[in-house]
Design a protein around this ligand. Structure first.
Ligand SMILES: [Zn+2]
Ligand SMILES: [Zn+2]
Length: 249
């Protein structure tokens, strides 16, 4: 199973740093997790044939879904046009995105993507990848996702505060791709919908994951400090999900 970071900024993109988007390839299938601003271009940089077997949109915050519009245009008008790409999202997200486009019944937004509502506990199979969703502690319905294939398992936190369904979903994962937009003690009660780097590290330790990859860092923070804070809490290997990074899970 291979993971490529298309983008990893939290909240807003900066030059050369798109927001959340992750390309997973395993079992002959290719899945994009989240479509934050900038990832449609990064996807075209990462692959040559632009084939995609499924898209997962974890929630309706723009830093995770605004490039759905540009993936739609790519697949509608690009050199490798296609339709029926399975797209999983929480209840209401596809409707909200479609409403922005004014996409009524019969609009190609609903045929280029085969939109399917996903909820906590749902399990789906895409090619050789088994996906499981869990609800997270966030302001809007949000899905963490587990991807298992070829005997390996990756868990992506999406956006979450402490608690929710992520800790159980992450238990025993080979790699946890975890949001950590806060540094120092700022992950406490003042921000119940996000994790600090130390909080992500503690979660990784308690879940017994093999490796921790920090993502969704706030653009104004220093990744080296986040890595150090997470590593101290985790006691295991920690990296930052830098744009373009490729890792074997
Ligand atoms: Zn969010
Ligand atoms: Zn976010």
């Amino acid at each position: 199973m291979r993971l490529r970071i298309l983008g990893s900024n939290g909240t807003y993109p900066t030059p050369g740093h798109p927001c959340s988007g992750y390309l997973v390839e395993a079992g002959g299938a290719r899945v994009i997790l989240d479509a934050g601003p900038g990832i449609a271009a990064a996807f075209q940089e990462a692959v040559t044939d632009q084939r995609l077997d499924a898209l997962v949109v974890t929630h309706g915050h723009p830093d995770h879904c605004s490039d759905v519009f540009h993936l739609f245009n790519l697949f509608r008008f690009g050199p490798a046009a296609r339709s029926g790409v399975p797209a999983f999202a929480p209840e209401g997200v596809a409707d909200a995105l479609g409403a922005f486009l004014g996409a009524g019944d019969g609009h190609t937004f609903h045929s280029v993507f085969d939109w399917r509502v996903a909820g906590p506990g749902d399990e789906v199979r895409v090619g050789g990848i088994d996906l499981v969703f869990a609800g997270t502690a966030h302001q809007t319905p949000t899905l963490a996702v587990s991807l298992a294939a070829e005997g390996r398992r990756l868990v992506y936190s999406a956006d979450t505060g402490p608690g929710g369904g992520l800790p159980a979903l992450a238990a025993g994962a080979d790699l946890l791709l975890c949001e950590a937009p806060l540094e120092g003690a700022s992950g406490g009660g003042a921000w119940p919908y996000h994790l600090s780097a130390a909080g992500a590290g503690a979660l990784a330790r308690e879940a017994g994951v093999g490796r921790l990859l920090l993502t969704h860092l706030a653009p104004m923070f220093d990744p080296a400090r986040s890595i150090a804070e997470a590593a101290e809490a985790f006691g295991g290997p920690v990296e930052w999900a830098a744009p373009g990074l490729e890792v074997e899970v």
